[in-house]
Design a protein around this ligand. Structure first.
Ligand code: ZN
Length: 249
C-alpha cells in the first residue's frame, strides 16, 4: 500500500542484502529521507532506470506497519542526467556538491528552497558549457548563505561605509560580519576581501547557479573565496573535508 508520492533526488544508494537497496534521498517537502527498495536491484519493472545516485525520480513511499521505516513501492524517472554520466570530472563535481549538501542538511524546514537549489545546481553542472572549476566552492558558499550565514556584503556592519570602495574590507569569521579596516576587531579569524571577491559573493548569493556556473575569478580572488567558504564551513557548519568526505569537526 502506498502512503505518499514525492519527487526526490537520490544522494546515495547502498546494498544491504542480496537484492535489497537503501537510498538516501532529498525531497522538497520532507527533507532528507532514507528508504528501502526491497528487491530493488532485481526489480526492473517497478524501478526502471531509477535507482542511481543524482537521478531525479518520482517515488511512491509506504510506511512499515510499525512506522519505523519507509520503503519505495515504485519509481518514475524524471531526469537521469545523461550529460553527467559520461563525464568523470563533472560527475566528481556533482558528487562533491551532493556530499556537502547531505552533510549540512538535517532538518526538513526550508527544504523546498534547498531542493530547488540542489536541482538547479546539478542541472548547471550537467549543462553549463564552460563549467567553472570553482563551482563546488560557490555551491558551498550559497549553501552557507541559505543556512543563514550571510553577512551584509554592501556596507560595514559597524559604521555603514560602502565596502566595495573601502580599502581593505575584512570578513570576521567568528562574528559572521564584514567590516571596513577601521572597525575590524584585532583578533580572530580575519579574511581580507576586495571589490572583486565581494562582487562574486553577491552574485553567488542572489543569482541562480546557472548564472554563476561559468564564473572564473582571478587567482587572488579564487584564494579569497576559497578561504571564505572554508571559514563558513569549519566555523559555522562544523565541517572539514578529509579523505573525500565532509566530517564534523
Ligand atoms: Zn566600518
Amino acid at each position: 500500500m502506498q502512503d505518499f508520492t514525492e519527487k526526490a533526488i537520490i544522494l546515495r544508494v547502498g546494498r544491504f542484502r542480496e537484492a535489497d537497496l537503501w537510498l538516501r534521498l532529498f525531497t522538497p517537502h520532507r527533507g532528507l529521507l532514507t528508504a528501502f527498495a526491497f528487491g530493488g536491484s532485481r526489480s526492473r519493472r517497478r524501478f526502471v532506470g531509477c535507482l542511481d545516485p543524482l537521478n531525479l525520480v518520482l517515488f511512491g513511499f509506504s510506511r512499515s506497519r510499525t512506522g519505523n521505516y519507509l520503503s519505495l513501492t515504485e519509481g518514475t524517472l524524471l531526469d537521469g542526467r545523461p550529460g553527467l554520466r559520461g563525464n568523470a570530472s563533472r560527475l566528481g563535481i556533482a558528487a562533491n556538491c551532493v556530499k556537502f549538501f547531505e552533510a549540512v542538511h538535517v532538518e526538513p524546514e526550508g527544504s523546498v528552497r534547498s531542493f530547488n537549489l540542489l536541482e538547479e545546481s546539478l542541472e548547471a553542472v550537467e549543462r553549463c558549457p564552460d563549467l567553472s572549476p570553482m563551482f563546488p566552492v560557490f555551491f558551498r558558499l550559497r549553501t552557507a548563505f541559505e543556512q543563514g550565514y550571510g553577512p551584509s556584503l554592501d556596507t560595514c556592519s559597524r559604521c555603514g561605509k560602502v565596502l566595495k570602495t573601502s580599502v581593505a574590507p575584512l570578513l570576521l569569521i567568528e562574528e559572521g560580519r564584514i567590516s571596513c579596516e577601521a572597525c575590524a576587531t584585532e583578533h580572530g579569524w580575519r579574511i581580507p576581501l576586495n571589490a572583486g571577491s565581494l562582487a562574486v559573493l553577491d552574485r553567488v548569493r542572489r543569482e541562480s547557479p546557472r548564472q554563476w556556473c561559468s564564473l572564473v575569478p582571478d587567482a587572488a580572488d579564487r584564494r579569497r573565496l576559497f578561504d571564505v567558504a572554508d571559514g563558513f564551513m569549519r566555523w559555522h557548519l562544523g565541517l572539514r573535508w578529509e579523505d573525500g568526505r565532509f566530517l564534523k569537526t
